[in-house]
Each structure stands twice: as C-alpha cells, then as structure tokens.
Design a protein around this ligand. Sequence first.
Ligand code: ADP
Ligand code: MG
Length: 484
Amino acid sequence: MTEFTKLGLSASTLKAVAETGYTEATPIQEQAIPVALAGRDVLGIAQTGTGKTAAFTLPMVDRLASGFAKARMPRALVLAPTRELADQVAESFAKYAKGTKLSWALLIGGVSMGDQVSALDKGVDVLIATPGRLLDLFDRGKMLLTGVQIMVVDEADRMLDMGFIPDIERIFKLTPPRRQTLFFSATMPPEITRLTTQFLKDPTRIEVARPATTADTITQYVAPIGSADPKAKRTALRMLIERSDVKNGIVFCNRKSEVDIVAKSLNVHGFDAAPIHGDLDQSLRMKTLSDFRSGELKILVASDVAARGLDIPDVSHVFNYDVPHTADDYVHRIGRTGRAGRTGEAFMILTPADDRSYDKVLKLIKKTPETLDLELDVSELKSTPRQKEDRKRTRRDNRPRPIADPAVLRCHRGRGPGGSGGQPATAGRCHRRHRRSPGSLAPFAGTWWAHDGFARKPRTNPRPGRSRTRQEPRPQPGAHTRHG
Ligand code: ADP
Ligand code: MG
C-alpha cells in the first residue's frame, strides 16, 4: 500500500484525509487518484469495501477547488443507485472538502424537493444524486447539466439491477462530451461494458480484484438444516448468532416480508435487531443505519437492495438467512464483512430447497465454505399450534396453492425464481399440484394430480404432520432487486 502523500493530492485535501485517520491508500485509491487528478477517465472495477468513495471524491475535491459554481449549473455530478449510498457519498464529501469552499447538495427521492431546489438556485459545485430525482428536477427546469466537468457513476452494476441504465444514458447525453468520467462497478455485465465503451474516453481500466470474487479475509460457513420451514430457519439463525461472538452483524433475507418477520422474531428472543428495506420510511431507515453505524444497534436485518454498498465499517458477521437467488448477491452480501483488510465470518443457512441457488454460488466463488452441523432437530420444530388453524383453512379453501419451497418452484411453465427456462414437470416437482374436488371424479377422489396430467398414487394424507395449504407467496422474480 502507498501513502496518501505520494499520490499528488493538495495539502488541504491531505489534511482532511489525515483527520479521518487513514494513512495508506487502498489499491483502488492508489491507482485511481493519480489518473483522476490528471483529468483522465477511470473505469474502476472493484468490490464493495475497497474504498471507492475516497478514490473518486479526493481527486474531485482537488480538481474543483479552483473554480466556483454558478446558479443551477453544477460542476460535478455523482450518481449513486440508492438514497443511502448517495447519503454516504455526501458524508464523505463533507469530510474531504472541509478545507475548501466547495458546496454540494444531495438530491435524493423520498424527501421534499424544496431545499434541493433552493440549493440549486444558489449554485452548488457538486450534486450527489440518485438518477430518478436528478432527472425529475432536471425536467422541471431546475438545473442545467451543460456545466458538468466531472461525472461519477458509482455502483453501476447495481444501477443495472435497478433498471437505471436508460436514466444514466440520458444523463450522460445531457452533460458535455468533454467532461471527465469516473465510472465504478463491481462486475462488468455486457450492458455496463456497452455503456462504458459509448461514454468513456480512453479510460484507464483499474481492476483491483477479479470481478465477483470473495475476499480472503472472510471465513465462510454453511449450516445445512433438514427443512425449509421458516421456524426451523429462524431457530438455526439464532443458533448461529449465539455461537459466534457477534460484535455487529447483518442478516440477509431474500424478501422484504421475511426481513420484517426475522427482525421481529429476533427481538422476541431478546436479540438487538432492526429491519431495513425499501418499504420502510426514509427517516426510519436513516435512523436505523446510524444506530447500526454508531454501535447502538447490534444486528441489522436487511434485503439486498437496502444493504448494497452501505458503508458500515467493521461488520464482524454476515448471516445469510436465505441463499440469494443470484450468486452475485452472495458476493455482495458477504462483502459487508472482511472489509479493508479486516477479518470477518459469513454464515449461510442451507435447506434442501436451496440446492440450485447454492450450486450457482459455489460455481461463482470457486471455494467451498466450511460445513457446520447445528444438530437442529427439525422434527421437533414443525408442530405448532398454528397448524390447527391451517387445517381449518384447508377445508375452507380448496384452491390449489403454490408450494413455498423454492426448489419445487421450477414448473413446466417456467416461472421459477429465474423467470424463464421452462422445465417439464416431474413427479413432485411441479408447484401446482391439484386435488380433484371430491365427487367430480369419483374413482380418483383424493388423488393428487401433477400438471403433466398423470395421476399420482392416491394418498389420502399426503404429508402427515404438515400443512398443505399454509403456504407463502412465491417470490416475485426480480422483485427483491427492485424494491429492496
Ligand atoms: P466502497 O465504496 O468501495 O464499497 P468505501 O469507500 O465505502 O468502499 O470504503 C469502505 C470502508 O473502508 C469505509 O469504512 C471507509 O471508511 C474505509 N476506508 C476507505 N479508505 C480507506 C483507507 N485508505 N484506509 C482505511 N480505511 C479506508
Ligand atoms: Mg461505495
């Protein structure tokens, strides 16, 4: 690692860096700062936690220091995919620009436009924004982007996930072509590559680790349990938290509804936990995050979008309550720990339903996490008083319902979690097994039918001890990436 003093930064910026306590630049900072200071485009490919924020903020502060802002004509633009990420960049900016007269404004959705508009009217040097709110204000005529000298795109692959690429493209076209572009992404899918070839001018490509690899500072574990029952999973989660010395940890769930349930359940069992996801009020999310950052809150239960890229220093543990549907998300999740050279532990609960998703993770990370045996007796956990209620519902409501188990969601209609690729239904694998209503086909009454039209062996009580109808909604394909 190189010291910051050797990178060509100005004295006042170096002073601000020293005040944060950093002495040595991270690899992405070491390579990107001199290039950016020289006014050249940067294409930075780096995982979260590698220090990208300072890599683009520090040279930006230095390059902007000499000019001044005109009303409604920002000189630099930083685009981040989520409000929280934009807020974090703004915080860093405030720190690093302390010794300068630079002004900045945060343009994010979910808060009133009034202050943002009046800041724009006064004139700000740097806009830190989410693409939606920026274009919203632009379309209302609140700013011109023709004065933009530096444009930063942070977490571009996340923008892609969230459907922001057309917005980014439009913003690129609204800024002058002679601008400097600093572009960062953890992975380089084809759509992102296309964007960079179109809008970056002979960029210096800086890659600090192979895309989508997990850091060696993280010890990874999986805990297989014999059931996909939510109760068994919650018990397993508590066991995992209890057995590790958790200073602060993040629990990841695939769905927002699950985030709430898991957080509540942890609270009931005496754990200090709070949920964070896209449906929660913005101010509540900010409060939860700041509590977590300050150490007041020990466990954050989160969805992928809510947590992506959040600057939460020194997380000791990551718990995957669910195996993520996309392997990339696994890398991002566990990237919350083991950051900036520190060590961390990541755990994942594996159920029989997770085979396919887990295979994808293994293929991507090219490592085999250690296996933990929790000695969880799942048979004991199954019978709950709720089942009585469920049986009542069985009688009332005989409509076929989807089976919650993601492994059986692959049906011949191809509406599995991936959203495409129809698979022929095989016995017991189709998510829509029907029971003929008694009497409609007398000889087959009580027979289970699969979608391929063949009757299965009659089973009067197909799953003893387990409710057939109390099932959860199927995860909407892609929903977790859009709404957090
Ligand atoms: P990224 O945007 O790549 O995910 P961040 O810029 O959010 O990474 O930085 C990740 C963490 O590392 C933050 O907690 C930040 O304060 C810390 N950090 C950044 N640069 C340095 C450095 N040079 N030395 C020590 N810690 C750093
Ligand atoms: Mg970042």
